[in-house]
Design a protein around this ligand. Structure first.
Ligand code: 9WN
Length: 453
């Protein structure tokens, strides 16, 4: 009650138009028990999108925020996996469901159809953020409801995605990182995963015809999305996973396309901390084996640091080779809260550097000095509000409160000027991608609220 009152007072000081406009976007995208990322290009429920949405919605309607999370759990597989997409049952999306055929795996749920891969584990963060808004009795009930699912999910990540018990978890499709076209992954895709038929299609110029069937470029300029060559590459990876019935042993037995992504693992480390906190609150013990794995992850994470360039990178699972195409992933360790202060300072220097991430509207998804940088090209340059949200959170926890405040301000200004776009040019803040994007709206609400704290 007390918390609710102080939030109401804060809401009164906010730029009402931005707050109200953000709420309207979420209402517009509300599909009943979940929120679609945007009308048109994204008609299903996505894993980390719903987590971000719930983080914003908790300020508006806590019950609806809880429903957003609970509706995600209906997609959980028997082995603990949470899929990146739960498909709308509407007739017109049959093709989307058929591409994945989740029913090929005995672990997939019977009553909903899903993809066969996951997305960054933001679930524990969303659960805790909702928990913060509840009194102790309601928080206990809430944590009791979601704890088994989060536990099963983290255990699955270790069992299936850390098969050698080395500590870091691997990803098998660029979509699992949520940063689809991020340079290190696209580089690897071209190196290991472009079958000959795709190269032939590209050579004879058939991609133009294939483009006609792409839903995404009906809603955004093709220059702001994946190239058709890369989209075909993604499709080939997905088809291979489907051929193996999403069985990880069969998938990993013959592949060089498995990456321990720095951004995914950063989010996982933070999620593990949240899971431990939830268990402490509930006074339950986490399995010893899981606790050991969590410790191993924090220790192994140092292996992603390159002392020469003083940056973090993702690495190949098989060879442990660091993938040195620079990207925003290098900054995500700030969000873990477990790297040293010295390393955090190195990362902050890069955020300040105008030749790297210190643009007019930071934080670009690729540093401006990179040959990959392109201000409107999806995950190869634009600024994304969810990444800023992670970085702001990390900056605060490492004591960089002025940096966090400045980044919050520039993010809100960018949204206020350009609307709730999916992403923005880091140079002039111009909008790109889909319009009225849910996580941009939800995290705007959260930043508006947190800016006062
Ligand atoms: C594939 C929904 C999702 C986000 C991802 C973003 C984009 C999908 C796509 O949209 O990915 O999952 O169709 O490109 O990259 O982060 O969750 O908003």
């Amino acid at each position: 009650m007390e918390q609710q009152l102080s939030d109401d007072i804060q809401a009164a000081d906010m730029p009402v138009d931005l707050y109200e406009a953000a709420k309207t976007v979420l209402e517009m995208n509300d599909a009943g028990t979940y929120t679609v990322p945007a009308q048109g290009p994204y008609p299903h429920q996505w894993l980390w999108d719903s987590c971000f949405t719930a983080i914003g919605l908790r300020h508006v309607d806590i019950l609806r925020a809880q429903t957003e999370i609970l509706s995600l759990l209906r997609g959980q597989w028997a082995n603990g996996m949470l899929p990146n997409m739960i498909f709308s049952p509407a007739r017109q999306y049959r093709r989307d469901r058929d591409v994945w055929r989740s029913w090929l795996s005995a672990d997939a749920p019977d009553d909903v159809q899903t993809s066969g891969i996951t997305q960054p584990p933001v679930l524990a963060e969303a659960a805790v953020r909702i928990g913060e808004k509840l009194n102790k009795v309601d928080r206990r009930a809430w944590y009791k409801t979601v704890f088994p699912a989060i536990l099963a999910y983290h255990q699955w990540l270790y069992v299936e995605r850390d098969p050698h018990s080395e500590g870091l978890v691997l990803q098998i499709h660029p979509w699992e990182t949520g940063l689809d076209s991020t340079p290190p992954w696209i580089h690897e895709l071209h190196e290991h995963q472009l079958p000959t038929w795709i190269q032939v299609v590209h050579k004879i110029g058939l991609d133009n015809i294939i483009s006609l069937f792409r839903r995404d470029i009906k809603y955004a300029s093709p220059s702001q999305r994946l190239s058709t060559l890369d989209a075909l590459g993604f499709y080939a990876v997905q088809r291979r996973l489907r051929r193996k019935n999403y069985d990880i042993r069969r998938i990993l037995s013959h592949t060089l396309f498995a990456i321990e992504d720095v951004s995914f693992n950063s989010i996982f480390i933070r999620a593990n901390t949240h899971l431990r906190d939830i268990a402490t609150f509930l006074k339950v013990d986490l399995p010893e084996e899981l606790l050991e794995s969590m410790q191993k992850t924090e220790a192994a994470f140092g292996g992603l640091w390159d002392p020469y360039s003083r940056q973090y990178y993702s690495r190949e699972f098989v060879t442990h080779r660091l993938l040195k195409d620079p990207s925003i992933g290098t900054l995500m360790p700030l969000y873990t809260g477990t790297i040293s202060k010295d390393r955090a300072q190195q990362l902050v220097k890069m955020i300040e550097d105008e030749h790297m991430f210190g643009t007019n509207y930071p934080v670009p998804s690729v540093p401006v000095s990179s040959e990959w940088f392109n201000e409107h090209a999806y995950w190869q340059g634009p600024t994304w509000v969810n990444m800023n949200w992670f970085i702001i959170d990390g900056l605060k926890r490492y004591g960089y409160t002025d940096h966090a405040a400045a980044l919050t301000e520039s993010t809100l200004e960018m949204v206020k000027n350009a609307g709730f776009s999916e992403y923005f040019s880091p140079l002039d803040g111009s909008p790109a991608g889909a319009e009225n994007f849910s996580w941009t709206a939800a995290l705007t609400i959260d930043l508006l609220k947190s800016a006062k704290k």
